[in-house]
Design a protein around this ligand. Sequence first.
Ligand code: PA5
Length: 317
Amino acid sequence: MRGAAELTAPVVSTDVSEMLVCGMGGSGIAGDYLARLADGHGVRVAVHKGYGLPPWTERCRPLVILSSYSGATEETLSAAEAVEGAGLPVVAIASGGPLLERAGAAGWASIRVQPGLQPRAAFGWLLGAAVRAADAAGLMSGASADLVEAADVVDRLLEDGGWSLAADLAEGLEHRIVAVYGSTGLTAPVANRWKTQLNENAKTPAWWSVLPELDHNEIVGWSGPDHLGRNVAVVSLHDRDESETIARRFRLTRQVTSTDVAWVGTVRAQGSSALARMLSLTLVGDMVSVELAARYGVDPMEVEAIDDLKRKMREDD
Ligand code: PA5
């Protein structure tokens, strides 16, 4: 995170007022975070996790950020091809690969992030680069300054208390399917990140949902056969900007769920800026996933299922 705070981004001269982030998995989620951060700047950021480009880009012509850690993900490369065809303003973010080669050949703005990591471990780099790109394009002016505070908050948490908090949470989650609850606002993409880190690092099934929406469907699922809910642990993520209405919903939802599920835990964001608060919650989730991996005796780095599927997709070509 410290290195990510020091990234520099090329200035993209553009008169666009919105952005689109294209990316998958550990690279695409940087777009989800950027979208929430951009809310605070009154800027709309859409996220596309698939092939090509969404049709609305023809009319709205957003600044496109292509985010792929490996620079080799087929969906993101397909978006790159569509961007080139449409002549949209673009910033490519990758550690190398065909994406940066294409950016070089087409003369696109690009940011090279540190190579040699798993995409999900490079999240700080990918998000930092996206924030810098949006700032340099004048769409999120001043946002880069928050990267420094976020790096400090993350360092403090790593050195002081983060691991013991993660160990306590991992104890509650062990041998259970995990549901991570956020709310609209900053904690929604963080709940998604927790879920994906639990999947990939701890090799465990998990899902994420957000309030208030989950009060309109998911809570009914808890009233079913009690042996199903007893396999689930719920973690809720809280931020100081949570409204009183959402806090009340969390309390009432907890009353509904706590009798039906095996375990319920809560985590609160730390820090001052929105970015620091999101990353503090993110780091706890990352640490929990690594703690759980240790308890399960699995390698948090290994993602053979993803690599194997990518290989098979290439073979079918
Ligand atoms: O965590 C992972 O390894 C995946 O979710 C990848 O991020 C995803 O497959 C996309 O690859 P990349 O990040 O290299 O574009």
